[in-house]
Design a protein around this ligand. Structure first.
Ligand code: PMP
Length: 368
């Protein structure tokens, strides 16, 4: 029997996909799972009931294709976002991963490039590979910040077709100043490139009014992506979306699969948006747990980054792999992003956060 890697290499794979690794955050069943930046608070019962009712109604229609334009969902998203946006400005897909893939399919592709500034969300290069778009790994300052000067110098050198600014950035957690986004847009739009601001974690920002939706007006090449996987506690439903000029929605219609959002997905997301007050009620508690993690880790002598998200990236570890394993053995799963000295932890419920802090403290006191 050959092993699966031998079997894989025997297949007629595209040459540019040979030797590549798939997205692989470990899925390990432990009591405290704080490794993929989910909202770990339990779903409010009232919202579960509302979703169940609407999904049951949608089940009666499953013999038919769903609304290809997901009109109710786009209206609900526009009403949630505000900023004068209407359904024509909104587009949705199965997670913001699919949104980003559609953007690369339509504005990237063979002979074109996408640039982002690492360390950043690990799916960007994988989506670039999948769509045959060249990924350009821009760099950040030593403290992982990104200034206008640093971004512009690299953009001017490479002139990428698409620039993705992740704000708040994953894995570092810190949001970008709007001035950086404005300057990047000006430089990229000057040669008709596209700027994507990935705001998956926008609802957790220290200053929620500092977001790129405020920049959309008059910027036809700007796309702001969001997700219901984080603040809305809906990672399992797979619903990501973007806000942009209506022409950008027309562009992605060229590559989307027909009926890509199932009737069940649409019903779930609409019900969740209609109950957003209950769902988003946990966001403030998560922000409080996040701030608690930052304070506590700083007290241990570690170096937590400023966080505008629902997770904390912290450095100052002598051996992050040993720390990761120690926490796992204690039943707490966090994320090793492969950056020496650093780990990333999601802010959980108060009890989960306490478990993480307790074991982290014990580790530091015993081994570091
Ligand atoms: N963007 C960023 C920065 C993320 O961290 C994630 C999820 N970890 C996503 C996009 C994708 O989220 P989803 O596909 O669940 O919307």
């Amino acid at each position: 029997m050959t092993n699966s890697m031998d079997s894989l290499s025997a297949l007629p794979l595209r040459d540019d996909l040979r030797g590549r690794s798939p997205y692989g955050a470990p899925m390990i069943d432990v009591p405290v799972t704080l490794n993929v930046n989910e909202n770990t608070h339990p779903m409010p019962g009232e919202v579960v009931d509302a979703i169940s009712r609407d999904v049951a109604a949608a089940a009666l229609t499953l013999n038919r294709y769903p609304d290809r334009e997901f009109s109710s969902l786009r209206q609900e998203l526009a009403s949630y976002l505000g900023h004068g946006l209407t359904a024509e400005n909104l587009w949705a897909a199965n997670g913001s991963n699919e949104i980003l893939q559609q953007i690369m399919q339509v504005f990237g592709g063979p002979g074109r490039s996408v640039m982002s500034f690492v360390p950043t969300y690990s799916m960007y290069p994988l989506l670039a590979d999948g769509t045959n778009t060249t990924f350009i790994a821009g760099y950040r300052a030593e403290d992982y910040s990104l200034s206008t000067e640093l971004a512009l110098a690299q953009i001017q050198e490479h002139r990428p077709n698409i620039v993705i600014l992740c704000s708040p950035n994953n894995p570092t957690g810190t949001g970008l100043e709007l001035g950086v986004i404005e300057a990047v847009y000006e430089a990229v739009a000057a040669y008709n490139g596209i700027v994507v601001v990935d705001e998956a974690y926008a609802e957790f920002a220290q200053d929620r009014s500092r977001n790129a939706l405020t920049l959309l007006s008059g910027r036809p090449n700007l796309i702001v992506t969001r997700t219901m996987s984080k603040a809305f506690a809906l990672a399992g439903a797979r619903l990501g979306y973007f806000a942009a000029a209506p022409a950008v929605c027309d562009a992605v219609r060229l590559v989307r699969l027909p009926y890509h959002l199932s009737a069940v997905t649409q019903a779930t997301a609409v019900a969740a948006l209609r109950h957003r007050q209950q769902l988003l009620a946990n966001v403030d508690d998560i922000r409080a747990q996040r701030d608690r993690i930052v304070d506590h880790l700083a007290g241990l002598g570690l170096k937590p980054a400023v966080s505008d998200s629902n997770f904390v990236f912290f450095g100052g570890l002598k051996d992050e792999k040993a720390a990761w394993q120690y926490l796992l053995d204690a039943g707490v799963l966090v994320r090793d992003n492969g950056i020496p000295g650093y780990l990333r932890v999601t802010a959980g419920t108060e009890a989960e956060t306490s478990a993480f802090l307790e074991h982290m403290t014990a580790y530091i006191e015993t081994f570091e």
